[in-house]
Design a protein around this ligand. Structure first.
Ligand code: UTP
Length: 290
C-alpha cells in the first residue's frame, strides 16, 4: 500500500529553549534561511507524501502563514526583479496539501497524534516529529516507507545515542535483520534506571504507523512526565505484532535543544553556497581562540 499521508506534531511548548519559544514556535526556528518545519515538509514530499496534517495549538499560526501564499511579497519581489528570492518562496504553498488541527491541551506526543484519527482513516501513515530535522542524501521517511513495503509492519526511525541521551529519549529492544534493518519487540520511554535500558537505540523523530495505533492510544494511560506517550502505544504494537526499525542514513538535528539548533546551523551553513566560504573562514579564525 502506498503511504501518502503524514502527521507532523508541532504543538509542544518548547520549554527547553525558552525564552526563544515564548512567542515563536520552535518548529519555525531557522536553519540558516529556512524554518525547521519546511525541511520536514520537504522530506515528507520527497518521500512520496501528498497530504500532511500539522498538529498545532494557540500561538502557532505563523506556521500556517509560512505555508500559505504571500501574494503581496511575491508582487514586490517581482517588481524589484528579485527573481532568486521570488523562487525561494513561491513554491512553498504548493509543496503538499497541508491541513491543520489544534491540540487543545498539551497532553503529550501520543495525545497529539490521536488528533489525526479522522484525517488518517484506515491507512498507514508517517509521523515526522516537528522538531527533528534529518538531512541526508536519501529522505529518512522514504527509507522507512520502503521498509514498510518490505515487512508490512509499523516502522521506527532509529539511531544509537549515548547513555546520557537515552534517559531523555526512548530505548528499544532490537535484533538485527540485515544491514541497517532491525526487528523491534519492546521499548521504553525515558528509562531512568540502568537496568531499564533495553539498548542504546532510540526512536529519533520518524515512524510509520498502522491506523490501529488510534485504538491503542484510546487506552494508553499517561506515562513519563504525566504525558500520553506515543512510545507507550507503540510498545503495545512491538509486543504483539512486532515492529521494524530502520537506522536511517541522514544526520538528525534536535531543534528542541540549544546545542542541536547551533549544530544544525553550522553544518548546513558550511554546505550553503552563499555563506560556506565566509563561515569556514570565521570558524577557522575563531577556533584559534578556543
Ligand atoms: P517534545 O517533547 O520534544 O516537545 O515533543 P516539547 O513538549 O515542546 O518539549 P520541551 O517542552 O522542550 O521539553 C516532540 C514533538 O512532539 C510535539 C512537539 O511540538 C515536538 O515537535 N508535541 C509534544 C505535541 O505536538 N504535543 C504535545 O503535547 C507534546
Amino acid at each position: 500500500m502506498k503511504i501518502t499521508k503524514a502527521v507532523i506534531p508541532a504543538a509542544g511548548l518548547g520549554t527547553r529553549i525558552l525564552p526563544a519559544t515564548k512567542a515563536m514556535p520552535k518548529e519555525m526556528l531557522p536553519i540558516v534561511d529556512k524554518p525547521a518545519i519546511q525541511y520536514i515538509v520537504e522530506e515528507a514530499v520527497e518521500s512520496g507524501i501528498t497530504d500532511i496534517l500539522i498538529i498545532t495549538n494557540r500561538g502557532k499560526g505563523v506556521i500556517e502563514d509560512h505555508f500559505d501564499r504571500a501574494l503581496s511579497l511575491e508582487d514586490s519581489l517581482r517588481k524589484g526583479e528579485k527573481y532568486e528570492l521570488l523562487k525561494s518562496i513561491e513554491h512553498i504553498h504548493k509543496l503538499a496539501n497541508i491541513h491543520y488541527i489544534r491540540q487543545i491541551e498539551t497532553k503529550g506526543l501520543g495525545h497529539a497524534v490521536s488528533r489525526a484519527r479522522t484525517f488518517i482513516g484506515n491507512d498507514p501513515f508517517a509521523v515526522l516529529y516537528g522538531d527533528d530535522v534529518i538531512i541526508g542524501d536519501v529522505p529518512a521517511t522514504k527509507e522507512l516507507i520502503d521498509a514498510y513495503g518490505t515487512f508490512g509492519k509499523g516502522v521506527l526511525g532509529i539511531k544509537k545515542v549515548d547513555e546520557e541521551a537515552i534517559k531523555k529519549y526512548s530505548s528499544l529492544k532490537v535484533e538485527n535483520i540485515h544491514d541497517n534493518i532491525y526487528r523491534c519487540t519492546d521499548m521504553i520511554e525515558k528509562p531512568q534506571k540502568k537496568e531499564d535500558i533495553l539498548s542504546l537505540y532510540s526512536i529519533l523523530g520518524r515512524c510509520i504507523l498502522p491506523a490501529e495505533i488510534f485504538e491503542i492510544l484510546d487506552h494508553t494511560a499517561p506515562g513519563a512526565g504525566g504525558e500520553i506517550q506515543l512510545t507507550d502505544a507503540m510498545k503495545e504494537l512491538a509486543n504483539t505484532v512486532g515492529m521494524t526499525a530502520v537506522e536511517f542514513s541522514g544526520r538528525r538535528y534536535d531543534m528542541g535543544n540549544k546545542l542541536g539548533i547551533l549544530e544544525a546551523n553550522i553544518e548546513v551553513g558550511l554546505k550553503h553556497p552563499e555563506i560556506s566560504e565566509g563561515l569556514k573562514a570565521y570558524i577557522k579564525e575563531l577556533s584559534k581562540t578556543l
